[in-house]
Write a protein that binds this ligand. Structure first.
Ligand SMILES: O=C(O)CCC(=O)C(=O)O
Length: 245
């Protein structure tokens, strides 16, 4: 099993609450997965957040999406952030048309949320719900997409109303790159300004004991095509019994 977070990545995540790893997927693989989404002819994405999302069924569309569940460049890093008993809580995709807006600022270290938290104790980082976003197309500088207030996962003050827009940092995520962030970070979807559609898939992991969303057994047609490691990611939230991934 390759090493987890590098020392630079640990420090960056600890200080900022997110991390971008470039080039995890080769450009042709990101583009192939994007073509898989195109081939599904999804209803057009509009202004509502619901219309900009597609559900976890995408895990059935192509082996490539299942391979991302426990990708060797990501799983060891997630173990450092979420622990060895991590589970996939839920997953969904984002499609945004040029000129549309998404979810406003949410999350943040305070008030305490026992499902979305960040604490550092005894030399370890402990995260609640933690998102891994795979960019299938470029989300470049000025395109919008993921934005956050860096460091706000550590905020001891609640987010006041009407913070200046310049406090929110746009985080570019090139096609094939991965963004990992703690849901304790105050974050949002910035208006999408690129000429192309935004396409990304989000995998949301939780420590083994934690259920953010309602637990549902994976459908049979999914579990029969998962590897043994991937199947362990679909365990219900529990301290025991629970196998490490
Ligand atoms: O990447 C984005 O647009 C942000 C998504 C988001 O807010 C979330 O998953 O909680």
């Amino acid at each position: 099993m390759p090493a987890g977070l590098t020392a630079h990545e640990r420090y960056f995540f600890d200080v900022n609450g997110y991390l971008v790893i470039d080039g995890v997927l080769a450009p042709d693989e990101a583009s192939r997965l994007n073509d898989v989404v195109t081939a599904r002819r999804l209803p057009p994405a509009g202004d509502s957040v619901a219309s900009q999302r597609f559900d976890a069924d995408f895990l059935l569309w192509d082996q490539g999406f299942r391979d991302l569940l426990d990708h060797p460049a990501v799983l060891p890093r997630l173990r450092d952030l979420v622990g060895d008993y991590l589970r996939l809580d839920h997953a969904y995709g984002i499609v945004m048309a040029p000129g549309t807006s998404g979810l406003g600022l949410h999350g943040g270290g305070t008030p305490w949320d026992p499902s979305q938290y960040y604490v550092h104790r005894g030399g370890h980082m402990y995260n609640g719900l933690t998102t891994v976003t795979w960019a299938l197309v470029d989300a470049g500088a000025g395109h919008g997409g993921f934005g956050c207030i860096p460091g706000s996962h550590r905020a001891a003050e609640a987010l006041p109303d009407g913070v200046p827009a310049e406090w929110v940092k746009e985080v570019p995520v090139p096609a094939g790159a991965v963004l990992i962030f703690t849901e304790a970070l105050t974050h949002c979807t910035l208006p999408w300004r690129a000429p192309h559609e935004r396409r990304a898939v989000l995998y949301k992991y939780a420590p083994g004991h934690l259920g953010w969303g309602p637990y549902r057994d994976p459908p049979h047609r999914l579990s029969r095509v998962l590897t043994a490691t991937q199947r362990r990611l679909f365990q219900p939230p529990a301290v025991a019994p629970h196998d490490p991934v």
